[in-house]
Design a binder for this molecule. Sequence first.
Ligand SMILES: [Zn+2]
Length: 319
Amino acid sequence: MRRMLLIFSVLMLLLSLLFTFIPSQAQEATPTPVIAPTTVSTPIPRPSPVNTVTQDGVTLELLFTSIAQGQVGIVRLSGAGIVGGRANFIDKLTEFFQMEGDGFYGLLSVNMDQTPGVYPLEVYADYDAQTRITLTAEVEVVQGAFIRQDVTIVDDRAYLIDPQIERNEFARLESLYNNFTLTRYWQGGAFQLPVPSVMTSPFGVFRVLNNTVTTRHTGWDLRAAFGTPVMSMASGVVVFAGLMDIRGNYVFIDHGYGVFSGYAHLSQIHVTRGQEVVEGQIIGVVGDTGRSNGAHFHWEMTVNGEWVDTAQFLQTWLP
Ligand SMILES: [Zn+2]
């Protein structure tokens, strides 16, 4: 009997835990605050290298211990006479950018579905078109902390849960972010929060739409009233400003070297394709267009072809 009671209470505890993590009404209209980001007023210090590889006078520094799924790790390459660098990491080439007097940097991005484990990293240091040396290291990819949410999309927009519509939209976005510029438009330091507000639905959530289709959340949702101005999180060039099925009125900005940010569900767009924007510039206002449940702001980023956690860019030192 006592044993039955124990089993019962453990079950109840597990159930209550489960319901804590699976909100029944995790709609974007009535979100639960998850994190309240603050504007970073003091400069974020540059992290110290955790791992250093040296070969033939070239030094490769890893400024991280591991990279979680959907996150970015920064690497630095330095040495006399180097004119360029790139990395081969998880079957992907990442171009490095030069910081005057401070070597070359690369942003290694990890897919949110990447299997955790240790992956080889190859970094190529170029001296000229004919001469380069290769440095190798190992990078550990660790599990990300992702929750599950049930989301209800109302009847007149329910057709937008069609996986084919989502695949088409991802393909469209892919053709945009695969075409990045080798110019570093961002200023360094950390990026800016586009809408000073509370983040609600986090990045990477496993979302079950109308109890049928499971999808991943490519960004963060921020609580924001209809008409709230939306700012560019960093300087860049607008590569898309228009209507998408799921994202509604959408702005996609190229910050250079494979770093892009996206701003979704806007009611109005204040920029046009090809326009240069500066950090903090108003690019549109909050709305409820696309696959949305009431006015809110969806904010996302891709780095070297992967959807990554935008929140990391508010808190991370960037060269
Ligand atoms: Zn969202």
